[in-house]
Design a protein around this ligand. Structure first.
Ligand code: NAI
Length: 675
């Protein structure tokens, strides 16, 4: 497509209408930049130019596929500057989203008119960048420093109504075309260009206090702080600061953080379309049954109600059904209290919800998710009941974490309709959904799982069957190496600190204390008989459990806790237990640096991920990375363990894994390098 067709100029009377038409989001690709440059020339002679976009949105960002390549002329800052300096003043006429480069273009226009609900933001921070076409310099001049920080350092999107309030938009109007026609008919005096204005006064310590709070929230991510630094340059002349912003923007395009965040952005979209369902058509699901209304079942029901579905929750008896109803109502109420849901939406959710103690009411559901106790025979019984009461074609799903879905569904006729939908706790909050297919599951059923995941606003990842599926299997490997480090010389707080320094929200031991040590203990006991006798097995966690140190709720676990306080406190009793274990095993304890600890744990994660891909359990490294980011808090700005491995280099990661494997012989399979 030639650039001329991306931007069209049409003269109606003395008004030039400049229309960008570059679907799907009118990104500022090189063709659009050239088209806009030509348009500034073409509108000469008109009284005013209106800049608008075809399709569903105004310019909603840059073309990310250009970010890895050398910049191509004309550059966006020059285009923006031309629009601002054009003899013929521009009116931006906006709908949909006005993001990144789109917002930068809009700020260069003399006036801004938007449809109600239009979104405005500078989301560059979300992909490890700062704006590069004057965004950090014009925004504080337009809305003030405080609002500019709020937008540019968080990537937040504000609505046209808020922007009107901030003075960044001149008019919000339902019928845009009419409004623009009326506006240009009686054009006000042309205002001073935004770049030539001064930033209004702000609190002297605003930059410093913002830096502190951003640092805390960013957990190692740099781009919010980079944005803040660039915003602080707005005290200088625009002509001095803008080239500095541009240079920083271009440098950041090459940063590991930006590569990682762009990888995550594309992976999120990529994992929703696995090869397996390439040609499959999803069913539209609107009514589901959830069996078991405990921690997980209540969360799943809440997520489904939020997603607009009708939910029948089935519990064991009337009392349990009423308890489950209270739990779901409580979760929905929490959303109302936090301002995430209106009272009307709350009532609407409740009208689609019932909690019962019999299967007959599941008859009209198109899909059932089971979230009862982690017990094979209980689950088998539940599915026998569901099969009897539901349509013969209805989809049957299990939320099991560790049991084999093939065994769970063994008594069911037509196993093509059986699937695993593995949610993460709390299920109404956590973004990850592992969609587990068995050898029998029909692609159309898998596709329906993905469609359901989308309704529930989850990031769905396809997983085959193995112990713990993708996520919990990797977690087990991670914890195993952490335990080896404990046995060989590290202490829990050192390991936790090392992983937090890497960017994890929590280290492995504080996390175990938070979620409780019992489930993993039960799993270890269950697996004891089948565990490879050559595998090194560290009993420290078992010893803690035997002492009923089950974690935060018990007041003690890997740490001790003071009444009513969640802060982990190092416990000499635990240190002594660990040291006693090492000496009983004849291990001479040695020191591990934070770098050594994190590099080993990351090598183990990457290795397990590579094995999972090799075995075909995960489709690719994007799938593994999405599981880690959305289910386990792996820092998004590191892109996931596979992306991190690629960033430091496969040979370095492999070399570290070889050391790990050699120190605990018989305990690790090392992935091939050529998968
Ligand atoms: P839970 O113990 O909180 O809830 C289980 C619920 O199932 C209880 O309310 C119980 O009354 C009900 N129930 C038991 N037998 C039933 C039957 N025959 N018919 C109807 N209801 C019955 O357990 P939780 O934590 O919610 O776990 C449920 C399932 O979810 C398990 O398979 C677990 O492995 C899986 N899971 C748990 C996660 C977690 O973090 N707790 C995460 C992901 C999956």
């Amino acid at each position: 497509m030639s650039h001329t067709s991306l931007v069209n100029v049409e003269l109606k009377g003395d008004v030039a209408w400049v229309t960008v038409d570059n679907p799907p989001v009118n990104a500022t690709s090189s063709g659009v930049r050239q088209g806009l440059t030509d348009a500034v020339v073409a509108v000469k002679g008109a009284r005013v130019a209106v800049l608008r976009c075809a399709g569903r949105t105004f310019i909603a960002g840059g073309d990310m596929s250009e970010f890895d390549k050398p910049p191509v002329e004309p550059h966006l800052p020059d285009v923006v500057q031309m629009i601002e300096e054009s003899e013929v003043p521009f009116v931006a006429c906006m709908h949909g989203n006005v993001l990144g480069g789109g917002f930068e273009v809009a700020m260069a226009c003399a006036w801004r008119i938007a449809a109600p609900g239009t979104g405005f933001g500078l989301p560059e921070v979300n992909v490890g960048l700062i704006p590069g076409a004057g965004g950090t310099q014009r925004l504080p001049r337009l809305v003030g420093m405080e609002a500019a920080i709020d937008l540019a350092c968080t990537g937040k999107v504000l609505k046209a109504e808020d922007m009107l309030h901030l003075g960044a938009v001149d008019l919000v109007a339902d019928n845009l075309e009419d409004a623009v026609n009326r506006f240009v008919a009686e054009l006000p005096d042309r205002p001073v260009p935004v770049s030539q204005r001064t930033v209004s006064d702000f609190a002297p310590d605003l930059i410093d206090t913002s830096r502190e709070s951003l640092k805390k929230r960013a957990k190692g991510q740099q781009s919010p702080l980079e944005s803040l630094t660039a915003l602080s340059w707005a005290k200088m002349l625009f002509s001095e600061a803008q080239p500095m912003e541009r240079a920083r923007h271009l440098a950041l395009r090459q940063s590991a953080e930006s590569r990682a965040l762009r990888h995550a952005f594309f992976a999120e979209r990529g994992v929703s379309k696995p090869m397996l369902i390439k040609d499959a058509k999803a069913r539209d699901i609107s009514r589901i049954a959830v069996v078991g209304g405990g921690l997980m079942g209540a969360g799943i029901a809440t997520a489904a109600l939020n997603g607009g579905l009708s939910v029948t929750l089935i519990e064991r008896d009337p009392e349990a059904a009423s308890g489950a109803r209270d739990r779901v109502e409580g979760l929905l109420n929490g959303a109302v209290k936090r301002g995430k849901m209106t009272e009307t939406q709350f009532q609407n959710c409740l009208s689609r919800f019932r909690s019962v103690d019999g299967y007959a009411e599941a008859a009209d559901a198109e899909l059932a998710v089971e979230a009862v106790f982690e017990d094979l025979s209980v689950k088998q019984q539940v599915f026998a009941e569901l099969a009897q009461n539901m349509d013969a074609n209805a989809i049957l799903a299990t939320n099991t974490s560790y049991l084999d879905p093939i065994e769970i569904f063994s008594g069911i006729e037509n196993q093509a309709r059986c699937i695993g939908l593995h949610f993460f706790s709390p299920a109404h909050v956590m973004k990850l959904l592992e969609i587990v297919h068995t050898t029998h599951t029909a692609p159309e059923v898998v596709a329906t799982g993905f469609a359901l995941g989308k309704k529930l606003r989850k990031v769905s990842v396809l997983s085959g069957i193995c112990d713990g599926f993708i996520g919990n299997r990797m977690l087990a490997a991670y914890r195993r190496e952490a335990d080896y480090l404990l046995a060989d010389g590290a202490l829990p707080y050192q390991i936790d600190q090392a992983m937090r320094d890497f960017g994890m929200p929590m280290g492995p031991y504080e996390l175990q204390d938070l979620t409780g040590l019992q489930i993993a203990w039960a799993n270890r006991k269950r697996n004891a008989a089948t565990r490879d006798p050559n595998e090194r097995y560290v009993t420290i966690a078992d010893q803690l459990c035997e002492k009923e140190r089950f974690g935060q709720r018990a007041g003690k676990g890997w740490y001790r806790y003071e009444e009513g306080n969640r802060k982990p406190i190092r416990d000499p009793e635990v240190d002594a237990l660990i040291e006693g274990y090492s000496s009983a095993q004849g291990i001479a304890r040695r020191a591990f640096s934070a770098e050594e600890i994190s590099s080993r744990l990351l090598a183990v994660l990457a290795n397990e991920g590579a094995l999972i891909i090799e075995e075909g359990v995960a489709e690719n490294s994007e799938a593994v990375d999405m599981v880690q980011i959305h289910g386990y808090g792996f820092p998004r700005w590191r892109g996931g363990p596979m992306n991190y491995r690629d960033e430091i280099g496969v040979p370095a990661s492999r070399a570290k894994m070889d050391i790990v494997a050699s120190e605990s012989p018989g305990s690790w399979s090392v992935a091939r390098e050529d998968f």
